[in-house]
Design a protein. Structure first.
Length: 115
């Protein structure tokens, strides 16, 4: 009985987890963005880093790569926090939500590929 309950809970929770984490299909690959501005509200956690940026007179959510990948490529939370401005290259969400998935970030002339 206990095993059946655990299986039932797992079957209910799995789709909810999948919906909560967005994938590539929610972003518009035909509209590349390039934004240069300082980042705020930097989040250094899994499943990926995050931040906010002021662009087009609005606050946009910035979706970064997983923390381990960014650190392996030499990008640290401190670098993002101390930068006066960064250049973000990526794609906006297709549904008009002010969110961008970043594939490349440039700080002080150093380019870091996040993909």
């Amino acid at each position: 009985m206990f095993t059946r309950s655990l299986i039932a809970i797992a079957l209910v929770a799995a789709p909810a987890a999948a919906i909560a984490h967005h994938g590539w299909s929610t972003y518009n690959p035909d509209k590349q963005l390039k934004v240069t501005a300082p980042l705020t509200n930097i989040g250094w956690s899994n499943p990926h880093g995050s931040a906010k940026v002021q662009w087009q007179n609005a606050t946009w959510d910035v979706v970064l790569a997983p923390v381990a990948r960014m650190e392996a490529r030499g990008l640290t939370q401190e670098m993002l926090a101390k930068a006066k401005a960064v250049t973000l290259e990526g794609w906006p969400r297709s549904d008009g939500t002010r969110e961008m998935k970043i594939e490349r970030i440039t700080i002080d002339g150093k380019v870091t590929e996040l993909r």
